[in-house]
Design a protein around this ligand. Structure first.
Ligand code: 1OR
Ligand code: 1OR
Length: 303
């Protein structure tokens, strides 16, 4: 379908002659904006200069409960980064609007219509007073979409050989590349903490991670030290369990040496990795067997 086609920014010269958008901000606003944008995956692969241009162009949007920030089917105007507030995600299925998820005080939305020139794919409704930062379509194109061409060149070969993603079409894998972020870790950095709420999924690009668990059934006991249960290296994934089971993180994950991971947020995970879920579930059932061998019960997974 045409809408799945990648926009080819190299064929497009107009963008370069467009004036830079600058929305002046107070120091206080700039601080809040920088905070809100710190973990936005789409910004993670930008050069410093491009990132400051993005920040310059962004503008504050205050919202009230029940405000529709985006309506499914509309043309795309802005991309939004969440500073605060809770936002429900609705998708129309056979004429019925279903709540398929929510953003809870972090994350971003509204990139798809701007990236692929498609109608808005979901409706986003504020459930409380909130604050967003908008980025206009033209600037999004000039900086984010152009950067995506570079991302595809950088990650295409690697993504093509991640075993988990084998069952996807090439175009589906490229859509993952479009929305992923990259994060670098130093030896010993904690990437995931057992018991935390989960909002993203990881693939190891370089280096290695170790997965450590403390038994919940042994909580408080003297001998309940962290136990290493697995390692993941290039091409392997982690952080899927909490997303698939809708539970807190089941383990703590540390970088072993300098490590780089590709990161996908939970909405993109649910939207793009559906076809891989069976493979993940099969591997999860193996965790359970290993857990029984280790602690004598698999209650830690069931709780
Ligand atoms: P957009 O520009 O299409 C609506 O405007 C935004 O909602 C969209 O970009 C995404 O940023 C965001 N499917 C499609 N869009 C989603 C979804 C989603 N979730 C958030 N958005 N799904 C839900 C996954 C939790 C798949 C539903 C079948
Ligand atoms: P998560 O979202 O729960 C921690 O965040 C990640 O560590 C988890 O997803 C999995 O990707 C990974 N064996 C191998 N990997 C595991 C295990 C595991 N638990 C979590 N992860 N287990 C078997 C150990 C003998 C333990 C199951 C509780």
């Amino acid at each position: 379908a045409v809408c799945a086609e990648a926009y080819n920014p190299d064929e497009d010269e107009d963008d370069d002659t467009e004036p830079r958008v600058v929305n002046p901000k107070t120091d206080e606003q700039r601080c809040r904006l920088q905070d809100a944008c710190r973990d936005i995956l789409l910004f993670k692969t930008l050069e410093q200069e491009q990132f400051s241009e993005v920040l310059d162009a962004m503008f504050e949007v205050l919202v009230k409960p029940q405000d529709h920030i985006i309506d499914q089917g509309d043309d795309g105007d802005n991309f939004y980064v969440i500073e605060k507030g809770v936002y429900d995600i609705f998708v129309q299925k056979d004429g019925v609007s279903i709540c398929v998820g929510k953003y809870d005080n972090k994350g971003s939305f509204g990139e798809l219509a701007l990236m692929y020139n498609t109608p808005r794919a979901a409706t986003i409704v504020a459930t409380q007073d909130g604050a967003l930062w908008g980025l206009d379509r033209a600037t999004f194109h000039r900086l984010i979409v152009k950067n995506n061409a570079k991302k595809r060149r950088m990650y295409e070969a690697f993504i093509e050989c991640v075993p988990l993603l084998k069952s996807l079409e090439v175009s589906e894998r490229m859509k993952i590349v479009d929305v992923l972020g990259a994060r670098a870790f130093k030896d010993g950095d904690r990437i995931i903490t057992q018991g935390d709420k989960a909002d993203c999924f990881y693939i190891v690009e370089t280096g290695e991670v170790k997965i450590m668990i403390k038994s919940k059934t042994k909580a408080g006991q003297q001998d309940n030290a962290e136990v290493e249960v697995a390692r993941c290296s290039r091409g392997q994934y982690f952080g899927e369990l909490a997303l698939v089971t809708n539970k807190p993180r089941a383990a703590t994950v540390y970088a072993v040496g300098e490590t780089k991971c590709l990161v996908i947020d939970i909405q993109a995970f649910e939207r793009l990795l559906g076809p891989c879920i069976d493979i993940m579930k099969r591997n999860i059932s193996q965790y359970e067997d290993q857990l029984v061998a280790l602690f004598g019960s698999s209650d830690d997974l069931k709780q």
